[in-house]
Design a protein around this ligand. Structure first.
Ligand SMILES: NC(=O)c1ccc[n+]([C@@H]2O[C@H](COP(=O)([O-])OP(=O)(O)OC[C@H]3O[C@@H](n4cnc5c(N)ncnc54)[C@H](O)[C@@H]3O)[C@@H](O)[C@H]2O)c1
Length: 298
């Protein structure tokens, strides 16, 4: 949608390749002046050059979102170059697969530093600059359907769950200064998907990053005024909201819960209300005798 982001200055982190590159290119085509950030600076440069070659406005930043000073420098670059910041797409991310007992603490730390702290640091700096220029703006965090729980992706899933919680909390905090905060759960062919045989199997070839960009542009633009605190998933053909976790009825009450009364609560009440868990919605063992179809295995 040409002109949707006219007069707007937008930062896209991790914009050197994959989804971030598509978000940066489409934002520029919609009229935004863009800071294309990527720790792989030559990829950021290449994306920015491509945008300029098409007549758009873009500069590159090779800072890492995982360092608070560098995250601030990304936002400072936007303000120095374009005089303001109107949008932030916190897209930079990493992932790997491991079973819980195979996790490497250094790899765990690195993932959390990029996927969680990176989103916090960049978002803090953007919100501060947006407030300083009089309020208003849009932050789009990139979460994942994996935040619901996925095999071999525990730490990645936890990082994306943290992004979801941050989105809901910051949407509350920033509403009064007119800054909206939403999260997007994408699915698209990128390096991240190519690395995993399972992800590749679940990602048909037509799921390109460009198919997710219109949703991100909508959330950055004025036409999504009034939309905040939402998590939205797009996998190419499907677009839907992701329901928020909530306190589930029945809520039992008594002055004090001892272990015996907790056990009775599970036996007599909660056993009928247990939740299927994880992205695959696995039924808890206690319920399987009721849900598994004996005729199917007979
Ligand atoms: N591809 C999918 O299907 C999918 C699904 C769900 C969520 N996501 C999320 O989408 C986002 C983009 O991922 P992608 O699939 O395009 O992967 P990708 O690996 O192609 O791109 C990620 C980019 O982030 C950059 N990056 C990594 N660490 C950085 C840092 N510290 N500072 C700045 N840049 C850094 C990388 O250099 C890379 O260019 C990620 O947050 C990812 O978790 C992707």
């Amino acid at each position: 949608m040409n002109g949707l982001l006219e007069q707007k200055a937008v930062v896209v982190t991790g914009g050197g390749r994959g989804l971030g590159q598509a978000f940066a290119v489409h934002a520029a085509q919609a009229g935004a002046a863009v800071v294309v950030n990527d720790v792989d600076v030559e990829f950021a440069e290449r994306t920015a050059e491509g945008i300029r070659a098409q007549g758009g406005r873009a500069v590159a930043s090779g800072h890492s979102v995982a360092d608070p000073k560098q995250a601030r420098a990304i936002v400072d670059r936007c303000v120095a170059e374009y005089g303001r910041i109107d949008g932030l797409v916190s897209n930079a991310g990493v992932n790997y697969e491991a079973l819980p007992w195979q996790e490497d603490p250094d790899q765990v730390r690195e993932l959390i530093e990029v996927n969680v702290l990176g989103v916090v640091y960049t978002g803090m700096a953007a919100a501060e600059a947006m407030v300083a220029q009089g309020g208003g703006g849009s932050i789009v965090n990139i979460s994942s359907g994996a935040s619901l729980g996925q095999r071999k992706l525990g730490v990645y899933a936890a990082s994306k769950g943290a992004v979801a919680s941050l989105t809901y909390s910051w949407a509350l905090d920033l509403e009064e200064v007119g800054i909206r905060v939403n999260a997007v759960c994408p699915l698209a062919h990128t390096r991240m998907v190519w690395k995993s045989e399972r992800s590749l199997r679940n990602c048909p070839p037509d799921r390109t990053p460009s198919r997710i960009a219109p949703l991100v542009l909508f959330l950055l633009g004025e036409n999504s005024a009034g939309i905040t605190g939402q998590m939205i998933r797009c996998n190419g053909p499907q677009l839907h909201l992701v329901g928020q976790p909530h306190f589930k009825a029945p809520i039992l009450e008594r002055d004090v819960w001892d272990t015996e009364s907790v056990e009775r609560a599970f036996d007599e009440v909660f056993s009928a209300h247990l939740e299927p868990y994880g992205l695959e919605k696995r039924v808890p063992p206690k319920l399987r005798k009721w849900t598994e179809n004996p005729l199917r295995t007979a």
